[in-house]
Design a protein around this ligand. Sequence first.
Ligand code: SF4
Length: 498
Amino acid sequence: MIKADDISLDDELMGAQQDRPDKPEEACGVFGVYAPGEDVAKMTYFGLFALQHRGQEAAGIATFSHQGATLYKDMGLVTRVFNEEILQGLKGDWAVGHTRYSTTGSSRVVNAQPVLVDTPKGQIALAHNGNLVNTDALRQALLKRNHAFVSTTDSEMIALLMGDAVKDGMGWIDAAIDAAKCSDGAFSLVIGTPEGVIGLRDPYGVRPLVIGVLPHEDHSKLPHYVLASETCALDILGAEYLRDVEPGELVWIDESGLTSRRWSDAKSRKLCVFEMIYFARPDSLMHEESLYSYRMRIGRQLAKESTTDADIVIAVPDSGIPAAIGYSQVSGIPYAEGLIKNRYVGRTFIQPTQSMREMGIRMKLNPLKDVLQGKRVIIVDDSIVRGTTSRKIVKALRDAGATEVHMRISSPPVTHPCFYGIDTDNQDQLIAATKSVAEIAEQIGVDSLAYLSWAGMLKSTMQPTENFCSACFTGDYPIEIPDSIRRSKLILEAATVG
Ligand code: SF4
């Protein structure tokens, strides 16, 4: 994840800002596998392919054997970065990989991961999902020790801290714990070392990290393990979900199998609730059920809280679909497909022309006129961040003949920025930070607008409320944010909050 000193690329930033999706964006997927005798590079490739939704700007794989490490990383989608020839050059018995979404202005290959760092005992490769909040202090400490930074990421700082601890004589596990103890914020890490793979989660478990076991028929041998941000990356390899890496836990995987060390006192869990609502893939498991089921449940809760008369319920595809189906089930209003998504539109290096941009959202979403014509429509989406896309969608529905458009959002208003690895803009760009629900409804041009309540969102998780971070809806940040970082994203307290 990128820090403030990336802002030197202002031009790039302006261009990218214009085309950014109107959604909070995930900042990384991590993956690791320990499987001597298997094609670990290819396994990591498929793992990253399954985690592509967590980051589309860069991808990398580092493979290891007792002879050393090999790394390949570049800008672009996993399928663009790697081909058969590159994967064949990545030899080893264990591997770590990373898919990256960068905040604007930082789309440079030096910031791609895994981060490779030399230590006196060999190289380590670190893949990070999350965001540290004490980077100023860490940077100063590392500069005092004469480190030169290759990238502008906080992830490199963790890797350098670990390298220093190895230099001081620590083993791999203690060195990783030493680096983790210096780090504040959100971090799910997968680290390749010359002897095995580490999985480690911050004390609050803000970002997910799961352990899987690869299928093995010879039960006289130890099983091979996989680490991944989400269970969908286990499924693609046929691996069985074993359990989560617990908040404040380190797992070490080597030729002796898997061992666990608790490196931090148990704190209250604070899984990012936005993982549940939107970020993670609907086919991933969290709390032992698919997120598809949770998202249908929040749709049902939304219908209980804010029903209205209409002819059809439609979704903003794909992420709004389960909630729209849940809404339809409780309201009794039929579910229909009103918008067709072009599934091949992603982040691209070929930008549309200005006139094409003005055509609105139709490159991504095309309304079905015969479904919408003359209908009162309820459209369900998972969140509104800046409101720019919502306005275009509503206009497209009306142009296609909808007589009324009622928007229902399956999360509460996003009023605060995220400091833990999600790009939710500065606070003054969040529409709900400065406008009331009625003002937002007017701005996006709907007949009515309602959000899911905060209590309804958390009740639907069927887990204790205190197990989640929901700071972007409340401003109640579970991990303290230093003032220097807060100021960069928060607007003045005096601002009106709707
Ligand atoms: S602030 Fe919001 S996006 Fe960030 S970790 Fe908390 S719930 Fe997730």
